[in-house]
Design a protein around this ligand. Sequence first.
Ligand SMILES: [Zn+2]
Length: 382
Amino acid sequence: MSEMNELFYRDPYCRSFTAEVIRCEKGKKGYEVLLSDTAFYPEGGGQPGDTGTLNGIRVLDTRKRGDEIIHITEAPAEGIVKGEIDWDRRFDLMQNHTGEHILSGLIHQKYGYDNVGFHMGDMIQIDFDGMIPAEDLAELEMMANRIIWNDVPVNILFPGEEELKDLPYRSKKELEGLVRIVEIPGADICACCGTHVRRSGEVGMIRIFSSEKHKNGVRLEILSGRRALQLSQKLHEQNSRISVMLAAEPVNTASHVERQKEEIVKRDGQLSRIRQKYITMKADGIQPERLQILFEEDTDRVMMRKYVNLLIESKKAETAAVLTESIQGFDYVIGSVSDDLRKKAKTLNQRLSGRGGGSTEMIQGTFSASKEDIESVLREEL
Ligand SMILES: [Zn+2]
């Protein structure tokens, strides 16, 4: 690791600098610029590459190629340039990267698990090689935030080979040569090439937003700093609106929703019993005919199928079509003991701009046609 021209290691807070363009050539995604010095962090260790400007020219990405740091720019650059990195974005990455160290270190201490996957996207995803009980998450979050309140220094160390042997550090791979160790007292010791904040206090806050089973362990989605605050604000805003709609205390919205869901299940049961009684009574009053075409209101597919079956079983029809108005036109369920409906479905759908199908005895779908057209086509075809 040559620290000489990597300003982001000497000072991760360096946001503007002057350097000389050593080389600039056209690449696949833009121009590839090599500088004498740079504060732009190249993608690595899970941390995305920096963006910013060189003499006002956009730097779209920064990548490491061999020992070189390549700036991918929108236009060619030459001579002496002033580099400026997108500081809000980078500081956000520093907060989130440091937050990840704190939480991963604490999880390693508590359970012995290793961080086996790390991705910094809209959410910071961390995969561990073991399960974390859901009831432990709030306490882990509290422990991580306690490290923030203690405002401990984030130390960067370059231990000698002997020293390194005795150091209980986390690492994703076997390392050789000069190893850069990031130490956060009380939380973590880890080999890492990324950029971090100076003191844990600058992380602001660490939130665990989700946890799900992943391979043989768990995937946590976390955020730190500004992004943690912004997402917490969004979630709070959503819960506030729900709380107003339910007329419930913001801390009790879930139990109110549970009660409403139970109420809906109860009413659905009642409604389906009432509909069942209604179709039974209606079928009783119908005169038997070979073909029955019935347009119904306030019904659903389940009840339509039941009604068709009822009409056929009680011999009120050989073929029964029950329809109800829908957004696309009319939903239909047709049953028959005498026609092969699977064959008929094609013709009916063709003539009535419909879709759907089913078995020989029963078909269902939607017709996009008027009530009158449906009635006359059904009388012709069935
Ligand atoms: Zn790191």
